[in-house]
Design a protein. Structure first.
Length: 456
């Protein structure tokens, strides 16, 4: 449980960066949606190379505390600085300010997500246990995100994530909560140190094995489109529910509670379903459910809070399967690659899927915002938008995500790394590790025998 608390900072950051910060800066900077979307898109695309570099360095790291745990802790000071700057912009902040500090915030996010995910993969090698573990991680993150959405209730309206006046205090809250949860995870959970691989030198062939692995290629494609779907709706969430559905800013924040909170129920349940159907088939089933529930959401009449509440829960329930099961599947691919190459590459693999998440969200915001500009939507508070602009907003929010998520499900057709195959891989890895350990012991004994005569 304490280890799962490490998911809290990234969950809070994802919610704020995906839903609240883009509209906040669009209003504060007084520029077009296209300019803000392009800037955020450039930030995320620029940061993609950082993920691979971090993943590679993490895999190379060997300390008594582990490979990934030290990096998880090192993310804290980077997070403190970037959160303060992003949530407290000066009056004369411009697109350059947004670009600079958003990049640093994404570096902190990458350090947290990559280190925590690879660390979790190292804690267990069991196919089903990984689904359960990543389910707990997502569930705790979802709880934290739900608490963020509930701040209008918890603070009696003093703090509202959708209110620009609440940004500064939210930044300080995130700094405090992130510090406590990161330290709790680091102190409570030692990292399982994998034995030294029998093959120590890394060659170009090893990296080609990563990018040419069929299972990983399917996961990257699926993860990209499964990120693009919800990613297309996140930056226009405030606009859709405020302008199209007619809810107040306080109600808009509250309606995210069932969406994110559904993951607390959905993540463990989807994990149980995966034990029967397999992870990839469960993701496909959840994608079909997402398409159906997203369509129902559009059909709910404007202004009806509780029907919309239930619809948001159903969409969030289906969407909660995507991240948790894909991350668990990446851990299985990491085992396959370690067996084939003799190298630990979990950090690089998680960097690849983190890149797809960032690329998906960057493409989404960089495309959706210009479309809203094209249909004449005005994001400024209190602006009067035409029916045509509202209709364009609705099409972007509801139907684009459906198409993208369905494509993501199609990418997993033909996926072969199921529970039986993963069990065979783990058995072979256990045998290899035992063999390497015995060889190391024999080497130590031999060294001791050679030294003994010299001591005499």
């Amino acid at each position: 449980m304490a280890f799962s608390l490490g998911s809290v900072p990234a969950a809070l950051m994802a919610t704020m960066m995906g839903v609240y910060l883009p509209p906040f800066y669009a209003g504060k900077l007084g520029t077009t949606l296209t300019a803000v979307g392009a800037t955020i898109g450039m930030v995320r695309l620029t940061d993609l190379g950082v993920d691979l570099l971090l993943g590679w360095v993490m895999d190379k790291t060997r300390t008594p505390a582990g490979r990934y745990r030290p990096w998880f802790l090192a993310a804290l000071p980077v997070l403190w600085i970037s959160l303060y700057q992003v949530f407290n912009p000066p009056a004369d902040a411009d697109l350059g300010y947004l670009f600079t500090w958003y990049i640093l915030l994404y570096v902190a996010y990458s350090m947290l997500v990559l280190a925590h995910s690879a660390w979790a993969a190292a804690l267990s090698g069991d196919y089903h246990e990984r689904s359960r573990m990543f389910g707990w991680m997502l569930g705790v993150g979802v709880l934290a995100s739900s608490m963020l959405q509930a701040t209008p209730i918890l603070t009696h309206g003093a703090i509202k994530p959708a209110d620009p006046g609440s940004m500064s205090v939210l930044g300080w809250v995130m700094i405090l909560v992130s510090t406590v949860t990161v330290l709790a995870a680091v102190v409570s959970t030692p990292e399982r140190l994998a034995p030294l691989a029998h093959k120590q030198r890394t060659s170009l062939k090893d990296y080609l094995a990563i990018v040419s692995n069929k299972s990983m290629l399917r996961l990257i494609g699926a993860d990209l489109f499964l990120a693009l779907g919800p990613g297309a709706s996140a930056p226009i969430y405030l606009f859709f529910f405020h302008e199209s559905k007619g809810f107040s800013l306080a109600a808009v924040s509250l309606l995210l509670i069932p969406y994110t909170g559904a993951g607390m129920i959905g993540a463990p349940l989807w994990g149980r379903v995966a034990q029967r159907l397999g992870k990839h088939r469960t993701v496909q089933l959840a994608a079909v459910g997402y398409a159906i529930t997203q369509t129902i959401l559009m059909l709910v009449p404007a202004g009806l809070f509780w029907p919309t509440f239930l619809s948001m829960f159903s969409v969030g329930f289906c969407g909660s399967a995507f991240v948790v099961l894909v991350r668990a599947m990446v851990a299985d691919v990491a085992d396959e690659l370690r067996l084939n190459t003799g190298q630990e590459r979990a950090g690089v693999l998680y960097a690849l899927v983190t890149m797809t998440q960032k690329f998906g969200s960057s493409v989404a915001v960089a495309i959706i915002y210009p479309i809203l500009d094209l249909v004449g939507f005005d994001p400024k508070p209190g602006a009067a938008n035409t029916p045509e602009a509202i209709r364009g907003l609705e099409m972007c929010y509801v139907f684009a995500p459906i198409l993208l998520v369905v494509i993501g499900a199609v990418c997993l057709i033909g996926y072969k790394l199921d529970a039986q195959r993963q069990s065979e891989i783990r058995a072979a890895l256990d045998e290899m590790e035992s063999r390497d350990f015995d060889s190391a012991q024999e080497g130590l004994v031999g060294a001791g025998e050679n030294v003994a005569p010299a001591a005499e």
